[in-house]
Design a protein around this ligand. Structure first.
Ligand code: ATP
Ligand code: MG
Length: 387
């Protein structure tokens, strides 16, 4: 047997042409996410979006829909003809398996079709009375019900539902263009990436790898993190760049205290060039304002100076525990806390400069062949499609 799932999306903020565009992309994302569930179809009925699915596949389908940005909530629905009798019959079917002695319930009706002969309160009270008559032990409680039965009477049919499962909200991935996430194996950057996707951005990721200073396991973490992110966006391209040469040159030729600033400036240069190639419109990092040397405003400024694109830092207003809460929710946390080495943690200077000046950074970089190093790093990039 097939059932329908009603998919609600955040429509309040959407107007005019944007709305059509938003819905088309949301539909594409839903289709692509459910493509391997046999017999699953997307339908538009009465101005609403539905997924038709075999009863057995409802849990799997719901689970997938809960990770599609733009969806506010999902409800399994029963469809009834628009007559008071059919609605009552459907209400009984919808309620039978929920029923138990003492269950406090309430019926709520929304009448979109104002031509329907009964008003919303009339439908609610007659359906409520019918349920009381036919299922022993139910109790009406309009103030604090344990179980709600919602009825929507629309142009063509009536829809009944008893459950509402939350979606992630946000905007459908793809409506806001593309950005490039600088991803480490840490806790913060995957969360920053997720928050950017939530605003409708298609994400590509760039990781700097310092083989042999950092090993296969640290790379594997980044792959695993990108796979998790891909679960929220359909897929994610991961670009892996070899950073060892840049790191060695910086270690050899520049003052130790500026190491982190200069490493980051090189990352931003490479990322800007890659973004140009892939059509990304912004860079995204997991940077925060904290106590570490690379995360003061002076430091962010010195690093950002070399970026050719806007740099998004979605975590800037978050405390660490807030970041961790999101990381747990999206399931990146257990991967991020696996022990690993990062290219920026292996050679940490004793006394890093916490307030690097722009001129000092540029001067320290002078002995480097910046352009040559960036080009070599770009040539080293290997791209993987994670899904
Ligand atoms: P994270 O938890 O994401 O590692 P963090 O709080 O440890 O962040 P830093 O190590 O200072 O902060 O890194 C700041 C940001 O720089 C990261 O969030 C990430 O966006 C980027 N970054 C750091 N290391 C790398 C790397 N190896 N490859 C790509 N980007 C990186
Ligand atoms: Mg880190």
């Amino acid at each position: 047997m097939h059932r329908l799932l009603l998919v609600r999306y955040g429509e309040i903020a959407l107007k005019g042409k944007n709305r059509r565009y938003f819905i088309n992309i949301l539909q594409d994302n839903i289709r692509s996410c459910l493509r391997d569930i046999a017999g699953c179809r997307l339908l538009q009925l009465d101005g609403r979006l539905f997924v038709e699915v075999r009863s057995d596949d409802i849990p799997a389908c719901r689970e997938r829909l809960s990770k599609i940005f733009g969806i506010v909530s999902v409800s399994p629905v029963l469809v009834a003809e628009k007559s008071p009798e059919s609605i009552k019959e459907a209400a009984l079917n919808a309620f039978r398996e929920k029923a138990r002695a003492g269950l406090r319930f309430k019926v709520e009706t929304k009448r979109v079709d104002k031509g329907f002969p009964l008003t919303s309160p009339e439908v609610s009270s007659s359906v409520g009375a019918w349920l009381l008559q036919n299922i022993p032990g139910l109790v009406v409680d309009v103030h604090n019900p344990e179980q709600l039965l919602e009825i929507e009477i629309r142009e063509k049919e009536a829809y009944l539902f008893t459950e509402k499962f939350p979606g992630p909200g946000g905007l459908p991935v793809g409506v806001s263009g593309k950005a490039l996430l600088l991803i480490s194996g840490g806790i913060d950057s995957p969360v920053a990436g997720w928050m950017t996707m939530k605003r409708g951005v298609t994400l590509e990721a760039l990781h700097f790898h310092s083989f042999p200073f950092t090993g296969e396991r640290s790379l594997e973490k980044v792959f695993d993190l990108c796979r998790i992110l891909a679960g929220w966006g359909g897929s994610c391209r991961l670009h892996v760049a070899h950073f060892t040469k840049i790191q060695q040159e910086i270690l050899e030729k520049t003052p130790e205290k500026l190491l982190v600033t200069l490493l980051r400036r090189m990352m931003f240069r490479v990322a800007s060039r890659l973004a140009e190639r892939t059509g990304a419109l912004a860079l995204v990092t997991g940077e925060n304002l904290g106590q570490v040397a690379s995360q003061t405003l002076e430091s962010l400024r010195a690093i950002e100076q070399v970026a050719a694109l806007p740099v998004l830092r979605p975590l800037i207003g978050f405390d660490k525990n807030e970041i961790i809460a999101v990381a747990r929710r999206i399931q990146t946390y257990p991967v991020s806390i696996r022990p690993y080495e990062d290219c920026c943690t292996i050679f940490v200077p004793q006394h890093p400069e916490t307030r690097p000046g722009l001129a000092a950074a540029a001067e320290a970089e002078a002995p480097l062949d910046t352009e040559g190093l960036v080009n070599t790093c770009l040539e080293s990039i290997e791209t993987h499609i994670m899904s």
